[in-house]
Design a protein around this ligand. Structure first.
Ligand code: FMN
Length: 152
C-alpha cells in the first residue's frame, strides 16, 4: 500500500525516459519525499521504486506541531532541492517548489480517497527543527508535510 501511494505521489510512470507522475518545470524533479513512520525515516527513491532507510528512530513527533502527527501511520515531508532548479532566483524557485508539491500532494489526496485513507497536507511545522532531524543540506528546503492515516 505505501509503495503504491508513493508511486502515485511521484513515481516513475514512463520508465524508458524516467518521467514522473507529477510535473516539474523542464523536468527538474526537484521535490524529494522523506517518509517518517514508527520504524524510522526513509527517502523515496523513485528510480528504483524503493525506500532508502536514513534513520532507525521514530521522528514523527517532529513532523508537525499538531498532536495527531506523531500518531499517524505516515508522514511525508516534501523537500525541494534548490540546487536542481538552476540559476533562477529564490522567489521563482520557491514558486516552482510550492506548485510541484501541490501536484504531488494532490496525487496523494486522490490515492487516499480511493483507498479510504485520511490525509492532510500541513504547513504548521517547525522547519528548523525538522530540517536538523532529517539532516538536510542548506540547499534543501522543507515545503510542506502531509500526514496519512486510517480515519477514526
Ligand atoms: C497550503 C496548506 C497548508 C495547510 N496547513 C495545515 C496545517 O498546518 N495543519 C492542518 O491541520 N491542516 C492544514 N491544511 C489543511 C486545511 O486546513 C484543510 O485542507 C481544510 O481545512 C479543508 O479540509 P479537508 O482538506 O479535510 O477538506 C493546509 C492546507 C493547505 C492547502
Amino acid at each position: 500500500m505505501m509503495s503504491d501511494l508513493l508511486w502515485a505521489a511521484f513515481g516513475v510512470n514512463r520508465p524508458d525516459i524516467g518521467f514522473r507522475t507529477a510535473p516539474s518545470p523542464m523536468n527538474t524533479q526537484e521535490i524529494e519525499i522523506y517518509v517518517a513512520t514508527a520504524n524510522g525515516l526513509y527517502l523515496y527513491d523513485a528510480t528504483f521504486h524503493q525506500l532508502v532507510q536514513l534513520k532507525n528512530d521514530d521522528i514523527r513527533s517532529f513532523c508537525g506541531k499538531q498532536g495527531f502527527v506523531a500518531n499517524a501511520a505516515l508522514n511525508l515531508i516534501y523537500v525541494a532541492d534548490f540546487s536542481k532548479l538552476g540559476d533562477r532566483n529564490d522567489d521563482k524557485k520557491l514558486f516552482y517548489a510550492a506548485a510541484d508539491t501541490g501536484f504531488i500532494s494532490q496525487n496523494v489526496y486522490l490515492f487516499c480517497a480511493a483507498f479510504g485513507l485520511g490525509t492532510v497536507v500541513r504547513d504548521w511545522i517547525d522547519r528548523q527543527v525538522l530540517a536538523e532531524k532529517i539532516s538536510l543540506r542548506k540547499e534543501q528546503r522543507i515545503i510542506l508535510a502531509q500526514t496519512v492515516g486510517y480515519p477514526k
